[in-house]
Write a protein that binds this ligand. Structure first.
Ligand code: NAP
Length: 243
């Protein structure tokens, strides 16, 4: 049966790469985004060009009703949801903790923690035996991101903890919950955090000597979504070039 995969932040970066690999497998894709309608339309056009079905839907992961509507629409369109990629996330500009405003920390925590928990909750309510949730965490959860964004690192630590707890809550129902922890990956997220050259600048310091690509993370996500990972739950897959 054709799988249906819902991807938050599926319009750009790692989410987009995952959407295109899903489409290459013939899976249906629900592509959520926050603001950039053109990028979402472009991703959908590529999904359809690959011969797969999909739709785009604007909705902020912090907005409970928007996320419920996203899941409802996915079920109404494709009649089932087999996998959820809990991917939408943000960083704020480089800063030490001493300089962080509460407003900034709240925005990061609300998006990366509350948003991820809302999406995970809806996924847990709707997936059944054989279903798979992939949380997109970060190597930052292990590393702490000192002098850059300790708030972001902590938000991904919360995602890791949720991955462990939810995987245990859902194991008996046959739903798997895992996390990927990307390291330094070439996407727009660095520009949105005020460091457009970050991947190029820091890449050579990675043990593998370069930044990773969104496709390299997406391949790992696709594996976790697939039946090939049928005995993998509560796991953390580092896609971080050895860091
Ligand atoms: P990106 O290129 O900046 O893309 C972010 C995507 O998330 C876009 O589709 C964006 O939609 C969407 N989004 C942002 N805020 C949202 C919100 N509140 N509600 C719904 N959608 C929202 O980011 P990326 O690098 O692919 O990152 C994806 C995930 O990987 C994030 O969780 C990030 O923390 C994690 N990660 C990335 C790296 C890295 O080096 N790139 C490393 C470790 C972990 P719009 O286009 O509409 O804004």
């Amino acid at each position: 049966m054709t799988k249906t995969i819902l991807i938050t932040g599926g319009s750009r970066g790692i989410g987009r790469a995952t959407a295109l690999l899903c489409a290459a497998k013939g899976w249906n894709v629900a592509i959520n985004y926050a603001h950039n309608e053109a990028a979402a339309a472009d991703t959908l056009a590529e999904v359809e060009a690959a011969g797969a079905a999909g739709f785009t839907m604007q909705g902020d992961v912090r907005d409970e009703m928007a996320m419920i509507t996203l899941f409802d629409r996915t079920v109404a369109t494709f009649s089932n949801i087999d996998g959820v990629v809990n991917n939408a996330g943000i960083v704020a500009p480089k800063s030490t903790v001493t300089e962080m405003s509460v407003e900034r920390m709240r925005r990061v925590f609300d998006t990366n923690i509350l948003g991820a928990y809302i999406v995970a909750r809806e996924a847990a309510r709707r997936l059944s035996n054989g279903g798979s949730i992939v949380n997109v965490s970060s190597a930052a959860a292990r590393l702490g991101s000192a002098f850059e964004y300790v708030d972001y690192a902590g938000s991904k630590g919360a995602v890791d903890t949720m991955t462990t707890g939810l995987s245990l809550e859902l194991a008996a129902s046959g739903v798997r919950v895992n996390a990927v922890r990307p390291g330094l990956i070439e996407t727009d997220i660095h520009a949105s955090g005020g460091q457009p050259d970050r991947a190029e600048r820091v890449g050579s310091r990675m043990p593998l000597g370069r930044a990773g690509t969104a496709d390299e993370v997406a391949n790992t996500i696709i594996w976790l979504l697939s039946d090939e990972a049928s005995y993998v739950t509560g796991a953390f897959l580092d896609v971080s070039g050895g860091r």
